[in-house]
Each structure stands twice: as structure tokens, then as C-alpha cells.
Design a protein around this ligand. Structure first.
Ligand code: Z15
Length: 838
């Protein structure tokens, strides 16, 4: 928009060229300004929540400066950009992260305390943005932080759900789900863009028109329903860089061009009501981690997200380019799992139907821009949409998918000599007992130039199992990108005492952007004075966790105990059940000891947390079992301080920020070959917590980095699992396993009938995840934990080496690899004010 004829550029520049000041008085002025003019509250009296909102708005102003500069700079430079498409972003809180990345924690702390508010309390007033389920969504958020910090020209795209991940309430040991309406008091970190809107179409039919002298067919999609996507931008500041990336989330609202007929027929009220249905598209996040449901609303969400996103990306490109020739040199798109795969036919449709490109050119462009990440080999997670549903909701897309598949099958026959069953096995469309289905992973694979797994072992597995046939024809498409986490949030911000000790010891803060430097801690691992400092900071973090447990249970836990933590989504393959079975045995053993013998027991505080998908019956029973064991054990005076068990309700990002630093031991005990990577394992290691775990996912690489001797590794290897599964009916059941199971069965913890389905799932030749088989090895690993805890020096050394060896697991390293090997994008540090003036 032009400023008119009288635009005074000189004046504008002079006003804009300096950033808002970050001295304490300027910050205080800005906070008080927002109390009065944004919140419209009294300058003289505001509570912690109002202080939080005012401080957040003051910080938001500073983010917007950088956001504007970065985006102007990118427009001016027009480099290749990368877009990260994800149905989930599990951001957690933003306030402390933004303060830290902008380097203004100290002045804000002083500003707030000068006004009479404590930073800690102000921070606690912020609610989590929980627009994700677990690992996959949190990975997307860590990636944004790294992309901004590395100055990459990157945007995230997703959905602004009105209800995020449900709040878990545990009542009488049972999980209850409560809605997370997180926008009640407004979300200060987003910028609404009422003018950035796109129509998104659904249903209807396709008509064909012969056109022009070449008789080319032109497809027109006459949609039956249309909604509007509205953009909400969330600034993502890099750590001490001028870059501020963008996370653009779409919300649905009714479209302007109402069905006027309905109004004219006199039913005014019900046509308004009908229109409100549009908003339901972005109302709620699906809370299932890894069970494909096939719900129509979910498919609508996926199309809504990618359609708005692609229209936005194409619009941005066309602003600066006259044709599509350069599109693949300017755009890279990463599909976070198959959830955004409809972006592929949507781009084909936009290029062919709306921009009149031919199939060949459109396909050439499409296959050069998309790449795809797989996050699991579990078959129940793989998306397969019924053809009938896709046809009904997106008739034009279904035609395009058929065309893609037809050409793909031709290529398999002609260029690769594939026919018969093998051809059918590779087809994007498959006939099943429920009718024809679209295999989304195959569609993503066929159209992507690269597919990657998320840890070395997982990337190898996908080539041997779910994508074997594809690896045979396109081995060069397959890559590994081992996950990482951002050390800004997961070390510097959540564990300041440890961060300070690291900085003091290394003599530099550079590890905050170069995590490999942590290996410099290795030489101090056996230094007694350093070990004492290390023990001191661990103690501080344990006190915080202990306070959390006190708030939740009223108990004062034994600070000398091993704080033993398993926090993650509840799932059979993660084997929380195996964890609690070993707790049952430990309890039983303590009970059978004499008081004299009990003196030698290493005390433990077992902490388990995580949400069960609302429809996942067995997972919910596992929660009830943990609660039942907890109740019996914790009130047993004979056991006393030697064993306590807590289920932490509503595990989320901000609880993780307290729990992870405060842990001594963390459990990563999935059946080998089932956990694609895991990312909490990396967060725990960074914070000096020792891993008890299987050779699964990224545990394998963590062992390479920090040394197997510094972890408690147990269980069978992935390569043994298929064979053991075959034979599991005939395997000898471990007697201790049987004993623990019997205690539950016999009602030791009450509710015995309720636990039958759980017990059935691991006995009688079932036990898909091989709990019984790994149990003995697990118990032995637990023994090693106890004996090594007794020698404080040994334990501290291992704790230090865990942190020292976690440098590889920074998402900065991961993102650098994606940028070089897949996206081919380069850092673009903004250099205001030139960019700002464009
Ligand atoms: C999810 O959180 C993960 C995989 C999935 O297929 C879905 Cl639907 C959700 C997790 C993996 O289980 C975990 O091992 C991995 O670390 C994480 O994605 C990020 O890659």
C-alpha cells in the first residue's frame, strides 16, 4: 500500500532506523504503556497475569521490529526459501524463550522487579501453546528455533487450533480429558493478518472443457463448499541473531460470498448457523499419537492447511517472477510426516488448472520442491485414506492422484521391469477389505526428491521394511537426518545453574550455538571439585522437581533418592507397563526384607507422566495401573522413603522443563526397532541424566557419543525382534515377570479385573512388544543402576559425560544437514536498514 504523494521518506527512515531501547527504564515505560493502552487497566495496580501480558506485549513489539526487518530483507534478496509444513507445532511457552533469544532476560527481570513483580511468577502466568501431541510436534518447534538461529530463510506453516492438546486430569487414577481452550485471554505472541486470506474449496464436481487450438483439456473444479483461511503470524526469534522467522498458522472462517440464495429464501438464521460450520475445521487438534483414524474432519484439516499454504507460497513467488521456471530454485517444502501430503496434488492442481502449465512441467516442478520425513514404522500409524472419501471431498485431487499413480506404474513396468504382485504392492492405490485406499506414504515418496528417517537405525529400517521396494528402485532418494533438540530451551533456559557451570568451565558461552563444545567438559569428568559443583547444580534442579511433587501430592520426597523418570506419550511400544512391573517387584523385594537388609536399599522416586490417546483403551489402563501401584506403595510405612511412585498429570512442555533437569535417571525402554528416534532421550542426556534403555532409535547414536559404559543398556537388538516375535508363544516366561504379573492379577493393588486386558496383552503367547523377553535383562540393568549410584564419584562422572557427549543432538546440527543435503538453502542474515527500507 502506497503512503500517498506526501510520503516523507526521510522522516520515516529516521523514525524507524533505531530499534526500541532495551535499558531498564525504556522497558518499564513500555510495560506500563501496555498495561494502560493495550490491557486498558490501571497503571497503578495490575496482577501477575496482567504483568505477564503487558511484558509480553512489550517484548512482542521488539519481535515485530525484527520480524519486519527479516521479511523485508528476504523479499529484497529473494533467496531460495524453505517451508516446513506440519499439522503440529508444540511450542510451549514463549516469554522466556523470546527474552533469552533477544538477550534481554536481565533488563526485563530488573524492570519487572523494579515495578514489584517477580520474573518467576510472571512467567508462570503464561499458558502453553500445545498445538501438538508429542515428539513430532515438539521436533517442529525445535526446528523453527534452529532455522531462525542459523539465519535460514525459513517459514513454518500449520493450523491455529482453537483447542490444543487436551488437558489430562487424573481422578481416582483414571485419565479424564478436558478441553484446552488456550485462547481465552488472548495470545500475545500472534499477529492477526485479516487481509492475508485465501479461499479453500471442498466437495463438488469437476467439469472438463476443451480449450484452444491444441484441444487441451481444461479441468474446472466446481466446489460445493468454500471456507476462508486467515493467517496468524507467530514471530520466531533466532538466538542473538537479527533473524526473526515466521510461523504462519491458518484459522478457518466463513467465506464472504455467502450462498445468497439461502438468504433470499428467507431462512436467514439457519444460513448463518450453517456458515459457522466453517470454523469447526480448525477448532480441535486430533489427540491421537500414531493411530490412524480416517475421520473426514481430519482430512478436511489437512487439505485446509496445505491449500492455504500453497496458495500463499505461489502468490509470494509470483509477486517476483513472471513464470514458474525458477520455482524449484526458490522454493523447498518439507512434509512433516504424511499429514501434509495433499500438498502434492494441490500444487499440481494450482500449476495445471489455475496457471495452465502442462502435466510434464507441473510434475517436474512438484518433484523438485517436495521432500518428506517419515517418523515411524508402526503400521497402525500409516495413513490410508479411502478413495471414496477423497473423491467426495476433493474430486479433482483424486483424479490427479490417479494420474500420478498411472504414470508411476507405467514407469515401474517400462523402466524397472516390474509387474504382477510387485506392481500392486507398490501402487499408491490399494484394494483392501474396506475398499480402495490411498497410501499417503507412497504418494509422498513418489513425488518427493528425498525421504528421510529420523535416526540412523530408523533410516536403515525404513529401507528394509516399509519402503523396501522403493529403496530398490530409488536408493538415492533415501537419507538419514538424526533428530536434535534446541539447547536454548532444553538446557540454557530450563536449567540456568547448569548452563552457568558449563559456561564458567568452558570459559565461553559459545556452546549455546555450537553444542559440540560440550565435549570440553570431558576432561573435568573426574575432577572432584568440579564433580561437587556438578552435584550442586543437580541438587538445585532436584529441589525444583521435588517442590513440584510436593504441590501435587503433599509429600516431601527423599532428596538422596534416585529420581527415576519416564515421561512420554503412553503407548504399548514404549513399555511403561514394563517399568511399573519392575517397580512392583522392587516393592515386593523391599517388603520381604528385614529392617537390617533395608538399610542397603538404594532409595528411588519413580516419576511417570504422559497422556493416553482418548480412544486408546490399553494405554488408559496403564495409567490406572501406575496410579494403583503408586497408591499402595506410597502409603506403605514399611517401605517409607525407599520407594515412592508418582504419576504426574498433564505432562506438557512446561512441566518437562522442570522434570528433565531434575532427573538422575531416565527410561528409554521401547522394544528395539519401534521408537523411530526419541528426542527426550537427548534432552535428558544434555541435563546430565543417565539413560536406562534399549538399543533403539537415537539411543544407539547417543551410546556412540557418550559411551555405552555410561548408560544402562539392556534388551534384545532390533535384528532379533522379528524372529523372537515369531517364537514368542514358545518362549520360557521369566519367573520374576510372572511373579509381578501375578501380584497384579491377585489384586495386590486392587482393581484386578480392570487390569485383565493389560495382562492378557503380554501373556498367553501375545506380548507383541516382548516385555517378558526383555524383562530379565531390564532387571539386571536396574541392578547396575543401584550399584553405580552407591559410588557417587562413578555416577557423577557418568552424568558429566552424558552432557559432554550430547553435542551431536542439537537441532542446529540437524537443521544444518537438512539445509545442505535436502533443501539447498543458505543463511541470509538480515542486514538492516537497507532491507528495512525496501
Ligand atoms: C510422533 O510424535 C512420532 C512419530 C509419529 O509417526 C507420530 Cl504420528 C507422532 C515421533 C516418534 O515416535 C519419535 O520416535 C520421534 O523422535 C519423533 O516423532 C520425532 O521424529
Amino acid at each position: 500500500v502506497e503512503g500517498g504523494d506526501h510520503l516523507n521518506r526521510e522522516l520515516l527512515y529516521s523514525l524507524l532506523d533505531s530499534y526500541l531501547k532495551n535499558d531498564v527504564v525504556s522497558i518499564q515505560e513500555s510495560i506500563v504503556h501496555h498495561v494502560e493502552f493495550t490491557l486498558a487497566r490501571s497503571r497503578y495496580k495490575f496482577d501477575n497475569r496482567e504483568a505477564y501480558f503487558a511484558a509480553a506485549h512489550s517484548l512482542r513489539d521488539r519481535l515485530i521490529e525484527r520480524w519486519n526487518d527479516t521479511q523485508a530483507w528476504l523479499k529484497y534478496k529473494d533467496p531460495k526459501r524453505v517451508y516446513y509444513l506440519s499439522m503440529e507445532f508444540l511450542m510451549g511457552r514463549t516469554f522466556l524463550n523470546a527474552l533469552h533469544n533477544l538477550g534481554v532476560i536481565a533488563p526485563y527481570q530488573e524492570a519487572l522487579s523494579g515495578l514489584g513483580y517477580e520474573m518467576e511468577n510472571v512467567q508462570q502466568a503464561e499458558r502453553d501453546a500445545a498445538l501438538g501431541n508429542g515428539g513430532l510436534g515438539r521436533l517442529a518447534s525445535c526446528f523453527l528455533d534452529s532455522m531462525a538461529t542459523l539465519n535460514l530463510p525459513a517459514w513454518g506453516y500449520g493450523i491455529r487450533y482453537e483447542y490444543g492438546m487436551f488437558r489430562q486430569v487424573v481422578s481416582e487414577g483414571f485419565q479424564k480429558e478436558q478441553p484446552d481452550y488456550w485462547l481465552t485471554f488472548g495470545y500475545p505472541w500472534e499477529i492477526e493478518r485479516p487481509h492475508v486470506t485465501y479461499p479453500v474449496k471442498f466437495y463438488g464436481h469437476v467439469s472438463v472443457h476443451e480449450e484452444g487450438s491444441d484441444g487441451r483439456q481444461n479441468f474446472v473444479w466446481n466446489a460445493g463448499e468454500e471456507v476462508t483461511a486467515v493467517a496468524y503470524d507467530n514471530p520466531i526469534p533466532g538466538f542473538k541473531t537479527p533473524t526473526c522467522a515466521n510461523l504462519r498458522l491458518w484459522a478457518a472462517k466463513p467465506c464472504q460470498e455467502f450462498d445468497l440464495e439461502a438468504f433470499n429464501t428467507g431462512d436467514y438464521v439457519s444460513s448463518i448457523i450453517d456458515k459457522q460450520k466453517a470454523e469447526t475445521i480448525t477448532s480441535v487438534l486430533y489427540p491421537d499419537d500414531k493411530t490412524f483414524e480416517g475421520k473426514e474432519l481430519r482430512l478436511k484439516q489437512q487439505h485446509f492447511m496445505v491449500s492455504a499454504t500453497l496458495q500463499d507460497i505461489v502468490r509470494r513467488y509470483k509477486e517476483q517472477h513472471k513464470d514458474f521456471d525458477a520455482f524449484p530454485e526458490k522454493v523447498a517444502m518439507q512434509l512433516n510426516d504424511t499429514h501434509p501430503t495433499l500438498g502434492i496434488p494441490e500444487l499440481m492442481r494450482i500449476l495445471m488448472d489455475e496457471n495452465r502449465l502442462g502435466w510434464t512441467q507441473s510434475w517436474d516442478i512438484t518433484t523438485k520442491v517436495f521432500s518428506f520425513t517419515n517418523h515411524t514404522v508402526l503400521p497402525e500409524a500409516l495413513e490410508q485414506w479411502p478413495v471414496s472419501l477423497v473423491e467426495k471431498l476433493l474430486p479433482r485431487h483424486m483424479q490427479i492422484i490417479y494420474d500420478i499413480n498411472w504414470r508411476f506404474l507405467q514407469e515401474l513396468q517400462q523402466n524397472h521391469g516390474i509387474s504382477g504382485d510387485k506392481l500392486g504392492n507398490m501402487s499408491i492405490i490399494v484394494d483392501t477389505e474396506y475398499g480402495k485406499m490411498v497410501r499417503m506414504a507412497y504418494l509422498a515418496l513418489v513425488a518427493s526428491h528425498t525421504v528421510n528417517g529420523v535416526a540412523a537405525m530408523h533410516s536403515k529400517l525404513i529401507k528394509e521394511t516399509i519402503f523396501k521396494d522403493f529403496n530398490a528402485i530409488w536408493p538415492e532418494k533415501f537419507q538419514n537426518k538424526t533428530n536434535g533438540v534446541t539447547q536454548r530451551r532444553w538446557l540454557a533456559q530450563c536449567n540456568p545453574p547448569l548452563a552457568k557451570l558449563i559456561t564458567d568451565t568452558l570459559g565461553t558461552e559459545a556452546w549455546v550455538t555450537h553444542l559440540d563444545l560440550l565435549q570440553g567438559l570431558r576432561e573435568h569428568a573426574e575432577d572432584e571439585e568440579f564433580q561437587q559443583k556438578w552435584a550442586g547444580v543437580k541438587k538445585e534442579a532436584k529441589v525444583k522437581l521435588a517442590n513440584m511433587i510436593k504441590d501435587l501430592s503433599g509429600d516431601e520426597v527423599n532428596m538422596e533418592a534416585i529420581f527415576d523418570v519416564q515421561v512420554k506419550r503412553i503407548h504399548e511400544y514404549k513399555r511403561q507397563f514394563m517399568n511399573i512391573l519392575s517397580v512392583v517387584l522392587r516393592y515386593d523385594r523391599i517388603k520381604s526384607m528385614s529392617p537390617e537388609e533395608r538399610k542397603d536399599v538404594v532409595p528411588r522416586v519413580v516419576i511417570i507422566g504422559g497422556k493416553a490417546a482418548p480412544g486408546y483403551d490399553l494405554a488408559k489402563r496403564i495409567i490406572k495401573l501406575i496410579s494403583a501401584v503408586s497408591e499402595t506403595v506410597n502409603k506403605d510405612s514399611e517401605v517409607g522413603d525407599l520407594l515412592k511412585v508418582y504419576f504426574v498429570p498433564d505432562y506438557n512442555v512446561s512441566l518437562a522443563e522442570v522434570i528433565i533437569p531434575g532427573s538422575d535417571l531416565n527410561q528409554q525402554i521401547s522394544t528395539a526397532g519401534t521408537e523411530a528416534s526419541g528426542t527426550s532421550n537427548m534432552k535428558f542426556a544434555m541435563n546430565g541424566s543417565l539413560i536406562i534403555g534399549t538399543m533403539d532409535g537415537a539411543n544407539v547414536e547417543i551410546a556412540e557419543e557418550i559411551g555405552e559404559e555410561n548408560m544402562f543398556i539392556f534388551g534384545v537388538d532390533a535384528k532379533e525382534v522379528p524372529e523372537l516375535r515369531e517364537q514368542r508363544e514358545y518362549l520360557q516366561v521369566d519367573p520374576q515377570f510372572q511373579h509381578a504379573v501375578n501380584m497384579i492379577k491377585n489384586g495386590h493393588f486392587g482393581w484386578n479385573d480392570y487390569f485383565n486386558p493389560l495382562i492378557d496383552s503380554v501373556t498367553g503367547g501375545r506380548d507383541w512388544y516382548l516385555l517378558a523377553n526383555d524383562f530379565n535383562s531390564y532387571l539386571q540393568a536396574q541392578e547396575r543402576v543401584d550399584s553405580e549410584w552407591r559410588d557417587k564419584k562413578v555416577w557423577l562422572k557418568k552424568s558429566i559425560l552424558s552432557t559432554a557427549g550430547s553435542g551431536k543432538f542439537s537441532s542446529d546440527r540437524t537443521i544444518h544437514e537438512y539445509a545442505e543435503d535436502i533443501w539447498k538453502v543458505e543463511p541470509q542474515p538480515p542486514s538492516p536498514p537497507e532491507g528495512r527500507r525496501e
